[in-house]
Design a binder for this molecule. Structure first.
Ligand SMILES: C[S@@+](CC[C@H](N)C(=O)[O-])C[C@H]1O[C@@H](n2cnc3c(N)ncnc32)[C@H](O)[C@@H]1O
Length: 301
């Protein structure tokens, strides 16, 4: 069968579950991954055929897509901030909104160049120190390590399985990140732990923030497949991680240090109030590309 004809059939089958554009994007993602062919290749060579082996692979994938298993888990990988990440059922699939948070941090460091130069003049050996809390696939920590190569990056997660994936992702992307297994809610002071005793210039977190009352808004493919540990907070206590991490940041950020959060879109005002009540300064709230309140930045001074 010609690949082009199979494409029509594939999209038709999936368009009962997904919208057509989404079904089509799945087709091209799989084509690139499994056949190393792009949309343009198919347009230029309309007679390309599937082998019997291809059929078996594609039909198996199609069956799993019908069950709404995310295509990133089926392919075992995704892209984030220009890098490739292994993903599996133990880690949240990195989202485009989180890329915007990474972009904010990278930009803010580029603007801080004079401060960084001033600091390095004072102490040649002082490196920018970054901590990512709730690292999952490692997408934030690894992208920051790649884009801020002068930084020393640490990352915490409570899930050992997530950390194993994050470690592989750091190795595959050739960056050095120190991964630490901890339940952040049980940490009294970061400085008790090896490697975390110095102060951080940046603490960043995209913690779990979905309340049970928002469950009905979550798509079935997310609810059935992505780790609930990464998504949900207990007892609808949506700010529990933010409060705890802000307390730790108060003790462990440098004088000019900054705290970045990805947040629940419905809790922008509450997040500003929390940070201001804890005496954080320069509290900023930003929207994501979809126009939702999605991230904050604040500093201790
Ligand atoms: C929303 S996911 C974010 C994953 C990744 N940073 C990203 O942006 O895609 C939250 C992460 O926090 C981790 N987590 C949940 N509870 C935690 C806890 N008590 N201590 C540390 N990490 C926790 C989860 O395992 C998950 O990897």
């Amino acid at each position: 069968m010609k690949i082009k004809a199979y494409r029509t059939q594939f999209i038709q089958v999936l368009s009962t579950i997904f919208d057509e554009g989404e079904a089509e994007s799945f087709f091209y993602l799989i084509l690139e991954e499994k056949k190393q062919l792009k949309r343009i290749d198919l347009a230029l060579q309309p007679d390309l055929e599937f082998s019997d082996a291809d059929f078996q692979i594609w039909n198996a994938i199609l069956e799993q897509l019908k069950l709404e298993i995310p295509v990133q888990y089926l392919l075992g990988k995704t892209h984030f901030y220009g890098l490739e990440f292994e993903v599996n059922e133990n880690v949240l699939i990195p989202r485009p909104e989180t890329e915007e948070l990474v972009q904010w941090i990278v930009e803010s460091q580029k603007l801080e160049v004079p401060i960084a130069i001033g600091r390095s003049e004072k102490s040649e050996s002082k490196k920018l120190k970054i901590l990512d809390i709730g690292t999952g696939s490692g997408c934030i920590a690894i992208s920051l390590a790649k884009n801020l190569p002068e930084a020393q990056v640490f990352a915490i997660d409570v899930s050992e399985k997530a950390l194993a994936t994050a470690k592989k992702n750091a190795a595959n992307n050739n960056v050095n990140v120190t991964f630490i297994h901890k339940n952040i809610l049980e940490v009294v002071s970061l400085s008790e732990y090896d490697g975390l005793e110095q102060e951080f210039d940046i603490i960043v977190s995209n913690p779990p923030y979905v309340r049970n009352l928002e469950k009905q808004e979550i798509k079935k493919n997310v609810l059935d497949n992505e780790p609930h540990l990464a998504l949900f907070v207990e007892d609808d206590n949506a700010l529990i991680f933010y409060r705890k991490i802000a307390e730790l940041a108060k003790q462990n950020l440098t004088q000019n240090g900054q705290l970045f959060f990805e947040i629940n879109q419905y809790l922008g005002k509450e997040m500003i109030a929390l940070l201001e009540n804890m005496n954080f300064k320069n509290v900023e709230l930003r929207k994501d590309i979809y126009g939702n309140d999605r991230m904050t930045r604040s500093s201790v001074q």
